[in-house]
Design a protein around this ligand. Structure first.
Ligand code: PSU
Ligand code: MN
Length: 313
């Protein structure tokens, strides 16, 4: 593979190891920075960021945590970069539409699923691990709040490993939107869409795949078929013994949604508000389930990146 022009631009900084792996067709896994900066409490977030990168390495791939620092796209972070993402309370949250003004003004922010998927695909990275996708919010009919993640995934050729969509969302409506947008959804070892903190959302999925080679074969088939460059969502449930207790989940979530409503929280602030509420009011149990889900996703994405490298090289 030859180096792509995006990586050669002065507004893009790619670590040497990611650059070398991409040039070689070796496995690379993109990791999202918003879950670190805005989804997890400090200082645990830095430990998690380092742990996830190590898990990718242990699985024989190269991690590429994506962010924007001082107006420069970062594909892969060194320790200092990761510390900035995790420590700076003023760090913004960038979806893909924020990238151009961020570069123009020298701003810094963590990238969401949409921001990360966009940049990773431009860099030539095909596999991306996150926690849960953004989606259609429960009060969508009045707020029109649907994450930009969905539309971006409808036109970006990348495989996203996630534990479903955050359960704070309207899950059936989000699955419907993914169908309308033509984004493929595969249950990994399950015929039920995962529920992020919970192993199952109760909603069925149309396709169940059971090993990374099968996922890589589906990725190859996407390229063979051509057409719009849509993503592939690999929905990987949190192990049942690590999920949040379903009754606790439902109760605290209902309280959190009411609290967000009372506090008048809207837009980009909704997701971080609810995630923090759940962590606080489950005594940290939601955080542990969140981390278990992310860890599992990173491990699976690493295996898929390996299988993909074997078929694509
Ligand atoms: N899942 C998490 N924690 C998070 C997010 C997802 O466990 O912080 C983030 C992701 O970055 C996702 C974003 O892309 O929330 C969606 O935000 P919004 O609804 O504002 O598009
Ligand atoms: Mn939103």
């Amino acid at each position: 593979m030859t180096e792509n022009a995006f990586l050669a631009d002065a507004a893009v900084h790619c670590t040497d190891e990611v650059r070398a792996a991409l040039a070689d067709g070796a496995p690379v896994v993109a990791l999202e920075s918003t879950i670190l900066a805005h989804g997890l409490p400090r200082p645990r977030n830095l430990a998690v960021g380092l742990e996830l990168e190590q898990a990718v390495r242990d699985g024989g791939a190269v991690p590429a945590t994506v962010a924007v620092l001082d107006g420069v796209v970062r594909i892969g972070l060194d320790r200092t970069g990761l510390e900035r993402v995790c420590d700076d309370p003023g760090l913004r949250k960038f979806g893909h539409r924020d990238l151009a003004p961020a570069l123009a003004t020298g701003a810094s922010g963590a990238t969401t699923v949409s921001g990360t998927a966009f940049l990773a695909a431009r860099a030539g990275i095909r596999v991306f691990a996150t926690g849960g996708l953004g989606g259609v919010h429960r009060d969508w009919t009045s707020t029109q709040d649907e994450s930009a993640d969905l539309a971006l995934l409808a036109r970006t050729r990348i495989t996203v490993v996630c534990a479903g969509v955050k359960s704070i969302l309207d899950v059936p409506a989000t699955l419907q939107r993914l169908e309308t947008l033509g984004v493929g959804v595969l249950g990994y070892g399950t015929d039920l869409f995962p529920g992020f903190y919970l192993s199952s959302s109760g909603c069925p999925v149309d396709w169940t795949l059971d090993d990374p080679a099968e996922v890589a074969a589906a990725m190859r088939a996407q390229d063979l078929l051509g057409g719009p460059g849509s993503a592939l969502v690999v929905a990987n449930p949190v192990p049942a013994d690590e999920q949040l207790h379903p009754q606790l989940h439902d109760r605290v979530l209902a309280e959190g949604l009411a609290a967000a409503d009372r506090a008048g929280v809207t837009g980009q602030a909704v997701t971080p508000f609810l995630l923090a509420h759940l962590t606080e009011h489950t005594g940290g149990a939601s955080l542990e389930a969140n981390l278990a889900a992310v860890r599992g996703n990173v491990r699976l994405a690493t295996r898929i990146a390996g299988a993909w490298s074997a078929v694509a090289r």
